[in-house]
Design a protein around this ligand. Structure first.
Ligand SMILES: [Zn+2]
Length: 355
């Protein structure tokens, strides 16, 4: 069968014929896989923790949608069910054993298509039922490839609600209509964050350093999300006018962390999701601001099985209404491996169609 392979940590990408390795569990046929920044970093040899499962090649792909070909002895799934496989697989620590490998204590987990486990960019694979989440609403099958990046957002909602209830930061009428959330980054993750938090009744401001391209602008307009182009107006000037109550970073830059800490309101909540590998600068003075303003800064990575299920439910409820299809800006064949290194005009999410 066809598979897309890389050689970590060196990188590179090629399509090749490999044998289907028989494993315990269900046999699945890949429908779609999404490409994200992590895949590109692995291909470019910039992700130093990328590693193979066996041998010296890794099957790429951690965002996937698949169909059950053979359900084995599963009670939960049957042939023809559409599923999303989970990326991170537990090690043996306490949190991993609790099903919360997103809060792994010792780093002893593997991640499909990234570190220590072959991914889903291949025609078929085997997986255990506990790592599969069913897409009951088959009418959203074209969008459900967004489940994996969306589950990260559902975990952010969990964190956000926890902190928001601890210090009641809502408006006088008990809603969040008067509260502003600044979302840094307008790639797939940034736009999914903006979309989900918009449905929670917040006023959302998507932030980037340049004007939005047409695809992004249209998506924001449909969903009534505002845009701040920091090449035209600075964060500090904008947040003086509108008040930065909450902030989520999907970029991963220390400059953004500084901008947030200097401009966010007292008792603000700031969730840091982005990881760009940018090293902290020597100037930590801005961190004092976080202390004085009681800012909750929370790092967030990955999500648990429950967040995958919530992601699928969100896509089912809001996918069409919020035009999430506009985020899928290109559908390609597995052979078109140039898509890992090229950046198309207006590119947000590229998807490979397997069958
Ligand atoms: Zn663990």
């Amino acid at each position: 069968m066809k598979a897309i392979l890389t050689t970590p940590p060196k990188g590179g990408v090629k399509i090749a014929e490999i044998k289907l390795r028989e494993e315990k569990g269900l046999r699945l046929r890949t429908l779609r896989t999404g490409i994200c920044g992590t895949d590109k970093e692995i291909v470019e040899g910039r992700l130093n923790f990328a590693r193979t499962e066996t041998g010296n090649e890794l099957v790429l792909g951690h965002e996937a949608l698949a169909i059950v070909e053979d359900s084995g002895d599963s009670n939960e799934f049957k042939k023809g069910d559409i599923v999303v496989p989970m990326v991170r697989r537990p090690g043996n620590c306490r949190m991993c054993r609790l099903g919360r490998q997103d809060y792994c204590e010792d780093g002893d987990f593997v991640e499909a298509g990234i570190r220590g486990k072959d991914g889903f960019m291949r025609e078929e694979f085997y997986d255990k039922e506990k790592f599969l989440v069913k897409v009951n609403d088959k009418s959203i099958a074209d969008l459900a490839v967004l489940t994996e990046p969306m589950k990260n957002v559902m975990k952010m909602v969990e964190i956000f609600n926890f902190q928001r209830n601890r210090i009641p930061t809502y408006c006088d009428d008990s809603t969040m209509n008067c509260k502003n959330l600044y979302v840094f980054g307008t790639g797939t993750e940034g736009l999914l964050i903006s979309a989900v938090f918009k449905t929670m009744g917040l006023n959302v401001i998507a932030v980037n350093r340049h004007p939005p391209d047409d695809t992004v602008a249209k998506f924001l307009e449909i969903n009534d999300i505002n845009y701040l182009d920091t090449s035209k107006e600075s964060i500090s000037s904008h947040s003086k006018k509108y008040k930065m109550d909450f902030a989520i970073d999907a970029v991963g830059s220390m400059d953004i962390m500084r901008d947030i800490s200097l401009n966010i309101s007292n008792n603000g909540i700031s969730i840091l999701f982005g990881t760009s590998g940018q090293m902290p600068s020597s100037n930590y003075e801005f961190l004092g601001n976080l202390v004085d303003k009681n800012i909750a800064v929370i790092g967030s990575v990955d999500g648990a099985k429950v967040h995958y299920a919530e992601a699928i439910e969100f896509i089912s409820n809001y996918g069409r209404k919020m035009s999430l299809d506009r985020l899928i800006t290109g559908i390609y064949k597995p052979e078109e491996t140039g898509i890992f290194t090229n950046k198309e005009k207006g590119e947000i999410k590229k998807v490979i169609q397997w069958s």
